[in-house]
Design a protein around this ligand. Structure first.
Ligand code: FAD
Length: 387
């Protein structure tokens, strides 16, 4: 990820329910800290709960497939092949269950643009972008007006000659309008019509620029290159399915499950509730509904999304606190605290109006106090940190 990346959500809302994301002396004490602070939180979490010894570091899962596929159903088991970073040997083991939690922020999703393959100048995805220096005095086209496109554009204004931010919609937030009016080398453009061999980037309104670099800030796709389910779980236009409640493939669950597929929600507490549900099933404390009921629920969910006009590739975009609470109800997992929801909304609103300052300037002190006095923040005791 890019070196300057800072969280878009305030740290208070991000913690797992049993481990608040506290400020530590000597760390990045900002409310919207840089990415290293989040890594540090995860390391502390591992330390606190003694998880390190359960992790095989530097080990890539190369293959996951069903053992005795012909007999699948009841006693499903999984062949897992792994390879350690520096080792030659692939190790094969058999497991009763596999939880896929491999993330979905590593395979770039690229748009199909006329002339893209023959355009000879630099093109890259935000996944590769690190720092602004290589773009000194360049004319850069940034494609995608979402979080990374905006962050990278704002970072480039002091380095590049011109930045042209290409957006699907020209109906932009107040925050972005303000940023555009502050920097006369930053321009909003509509979508690209075509790329031409002489370096020309032609936009659909007929305007054009000769660009040195195009940075695709166009998001990521779901991909499970190691997973062979014989076509039972497929990724179709970024819909991973069929998955009951975004977690369980009805034909293979609970032996196979997925954590972390949903987007646009408060990640860690939700993923925690997914993990709890899976743990309860695998330890026999709970059972899933019947195959028919799970398939029916998935069908109804897809239908409701269609009715709401939500494109298939946004199947896993939740953007709904009630869904997280409903999900928790399946397993007796606590609802999101009101202060978490409100802090989340207040940060989103602030970002909408004050795009370039929302991480450092805010007026949600009262909510923040409520958060800090809540059991979530006091549960470890004042002496619990530093570790
Ligand atoms: C630019 C950016 C900014 C973001 N900002 C925020 C933010 O401010 N707030 C927020 O809440 N969320 C943010 N997110 C989202 C957040 O990063 C994700 O929600 C979170 O990382 C998901 O956690 P995860 O464990 O499911 O996946 P990941 O964090 O992606 O972890 C997956 C892990 O699986 C490993 N893995 C993958 N394949 C294999 C394999 N075959 N074998 C072994 N290991 C494998 C990967 O190496 C990785 O370590 C951001 C994401 C991006 C890309």
């Amino acid at each position: 990820m890019y070196a300057s990346l800072r969280l878009t959500s305030p740290r208070e809302i991000m913690g797992f329910t049993d481990f608040p994301f506290l400020v530590k002396k000597g760390g990045d004490m900002r409310r919207f800290p840089g990415h290293m602070e989040l890594l540090s939180y995860l390391k502390d979490f591992c330390e606190w709960f003694g998880l390190r010894e359960m992790i095989r570091f530097n080990t890539r899962v190369e293959y996951v497939g069903m053992l005795d596929y012909a007999e699948f159903g009841k006693d499903l088991r999984w062949v897992v092949r792994t390879k350690e970073k520096k080792a030659e040997k692939v190790v094969e083991e058999v497991f009763d269950a596999v939880v896929v939690a491999s993330g979905h922020y590593s395979r770039p999703r690229l748009p199909a643009i006329k002339g893209m393959d023959s355009w000879r100048r630099k093109q890259m995805h935000s996944h590769i972008y690190r720092v602004p220096e290589p773009f000194r005095n360049e004319v850069v086209v940034v494609i995608g007006n979402s979080l990374s496109g905006q962050d990278i554009s704002m970072e480039l204004v002091d380095m590049a000659k011109e930045i042209h931010l290409s957006s699907k919609s020209l109906d932009i937030s107040e925050g972005l309008s303000k940023v555009l009016s502050k920097h006369n080398n930053l321009h909003l453009r509509p979508q690209i019509d075509s790329l031409q061999e002489d370096g020309k980037v032609l936009f659909i309104d007929g305007s054009w620029v000769i660009a040195d670099t195009i940075i695709h800030c166009t998001g990521y796709s779901y991909s499970f290159p190691f997973l062979d389910t014989k076509g039972i779980v497929v990724v179709d236009d970024d819909r991973v399915g069929p998955l009951y409640e975004h977690t369980f493939p009805p034909s293979l669950a609970p032996s196979l499950s997925f954590v972390g597929i949903p987007r646009k929600l408060i990640g860690f507490p939700f993923f925690e509730s997914q993990a709890k549900w899976i743990a309860q099933l695998l330890s026999g404390k709970r059972t899933l509904p019947s195959w028919e009921d799970m398939m029916q629920s998935i069908k109804e969910f897809y239908h409701s999304r269609d009715v709401d006009g939500i494109p298939k590739h946004n199947t896993h975009d939740i953007a709904n606190f009630e869904y997280c609470d409903k999900y928790g109800d399946y397993i007796g997992f606590p609802h999101l605290e009101e202060w978490r929801k409100e802090l989340c909304v207040s940060a989103l609103k602030n970002a909408d109006v004050n795009l370039d300052t929302y991480r450092d300037s805010y007026d949600d002190d009262e909510l923040l106090q409520l958060a800090h006095q809540s059991p979530h923040f006091t549960q470890l005791g004042i002496d619990a940190f530093p570790l």
